[in-house]
Design a protein around this ligand. Structure first.
Ligand code: FCB
Length: 475
């Protein structure tokens, strides 16, 4: 098999004519240039520079040096025939400290990037917040503080002022679950706090900030192509109980509640799910929710972004654990007893089971139970331990297979009537994978960090073909 043949579909899978084929990155994971042109530290700078937090002591100081190499990277995207590039804006680059006036030198980077994309006919898809809160705002309390939501709306307005004439597609937040529950619950992500009640407050203020940002962007108007298109990206999971016991069913309900519904319901229905509030009773009384907040959080959207990586398979408490046993803090406040397991399916280098049918389930569910809005898969991809061969080629068949299975899942969802309008591979480039540093490679393009040389992996060539043909061809 050469990279030009691939295609693991049993039949041709043709996508709708205007289907958007993209790839995604995020500011802290690729940009580097951590102290250039007035950028100040974000929580991820602080966290990665704290010994013991990130594997190998890796930081995003240099990352993929995208800040300086963006022109080459856009050329790479153009060579892949990408229709869209999803990137995020580093808040502390464009508004150092998270307050006050715009830092023009920092904003100019995004102007140049967007113009370059425009020149190559690649649609810019801008995410405002991909986890890199300015450190000063964390010092003032971070997302558990209500004021952070208002600072975020101000930042949204300022970025929209600068780029709103040339960027039409806006994602407010990327995966607020991670910001709230890994950042403030388990502490596996920046800022590394382990405070269950604060993590629930953070989730709420993220959604409040999201709603305020939607309003700010709308108020700023659109581009020559039409009004701004605004959405949010949630990381959604299929959730299954290990057995059909009552305890396992309860574990699945809880995890679905804390991973999916605690965001879906406020954003798309304007309320919290009653069972989740009940599950959290011992953690918080929700007195941080003010009148009107949920109306703001459920401001009308134009699209929904879904990131999908795997399914959660869960079971109830360990029957051998001492009565009342709970882990003291975790990413699952109030449900610390739930156990996560794998079912023996093939896994990626993250030890995440490869479960493409879960993506169909998620898309179907969102469309049937929550919204008829257009949906975009804003991230989907896999880490593998890619190594170049002697000729320098990276033949990442595992990744090709992963993409093919998940694109078949997308096609299935479309066939069932889900208004899925696009797909963004995570990621364009190998990059800084948060707490795993540079040890996990998610890119379609290999990055040799010491030289910053980029090499298209087989999956990049394959994806280029898929996007050109607008679908998968039967094997
Ligand atoms: C998602 C993140 C993204 C990347 C992938 C692997 O949760 O949004 O930045 O780390 O996982």
């Amino acid at each position: 098999m050469t990279s030009n043949e691939v295609l693991l579909a049993p039949a041709d899978l043709v996508f709708p004519t205007d289907f958007l084929w993209g790839a995604a990155t995020a500011a802290y994971q690729v940009e580097g240039a951590a102290v250039e042109d007035g950028r100040t530290p974000s929580i991820w700078d602080t966290y990665s520079h704290t010994p013991g937090r990130v594997l190998g002591g890796d930081t995003g100081d240099v990352a993929c040096d995208h800040y300086h190499r963006y022109r080459d990277d856009v050329a790479l995207m153009s060579g892949l025939g990408l229709g869209s590039y999803r990137f995020s804006v580093s808040w502390s680059r464009v508004q150092p400290g998270g307050r006050g006036p715009v830092n023009q030198a920092g904003m100019d980077f995004y102007r140049r990037l967007v113009d370059e994309l425009g020149d190559q006919d690649i649609l810019p898809w801008l995410t405002l917040y991909h986890w890199d809160l300015p450190q000063e705002l964390e010092d003032a309390g971070g997302w558990p503080e209500r004021d952070t939501a208002y600072r975020f709306a101000e930042f949204a307005a300022l970025v929209h002022d600068a780029l709103g004439d040339r960027v039409r597609h806006w994602t407010t937040l990327n995966e607020p679950w991670c910001s709230a529950f890994l950042g403030y619950g388990s502490g596996e992500h920046a800022p590394g706090r382990r405070e269950p009640a604060a993590s629930v407050r953070a989730a709420h203020h993220l959604m409040l900030g999201h709603g305020l940002a939607v309003q700010a962007i709308r108020a700023g108007g659109g581009t020559g192509e039409g009004p701004a298109q605004v959405g949010v990206t949630l990381n959604l999971y299929a959730v299954s109980p290990v057995t059909d016991s009552e305890a396992d069913a309860d574990a699945a309900r809880r995890v679905d509640g804390l991973a999916n519904r605690i965001f879906l319901d406020p954003v798309l229905r304007g309320r919290y799910p009653a069972d989740v509030v009940e599950d959290l009773r011992g953690v918080t009384d929700f007195d941080h929710v003010h009148d009107g907040d949920l109306t703001i959080a459920s401001s009308t959207l134009d699209m929904l972004g879904v990131n999908y990586y795997t399914r959660y398979v869960v079971s109830g408490p360990d029957p051998d654990a001492a009565p009342g046993w709970r882990r003291s803090t975790s990413a699952w406040p109030g449900s610390e007893h739930v156990r996560f397991t794998n079912r023996g399916l093939p896994v990626t280098a993250m030890n995440w089971e490869i479960d493409a049918p879960g993506l169909v389930e998620v898309l179907r569910r969102v469309n049937r139970e929550y919204t008829s809005l257009p949906i975009y898969v804003t991230e989907n991809g896999a880490a593998f331990d890619d190594l170049p061969d002697e000729a320098g080629r990276v033949d990442d068949r595992g990744r090709v297979d992963f993409f093919a299975q998940h694109l078949a899942a997308c096609h299935q969802a479309i066939t069932e009537g889900v208004p899925l309008r696009g797909y963004f591979a995570w990621s364009l480039l190998d990059n800084f994978e948060w707490a795993f540093g540079y040890t996990k490679r998610f890119g379609m393009v290999y990055v040799d960090y010491p030289t910053q040389r980029r090499t298209r992996k087989a999956s990049a060539d394959w994806y280029a073909q898929v996007s050109r043909r607008n679908g998968l061809v039967a094997q």
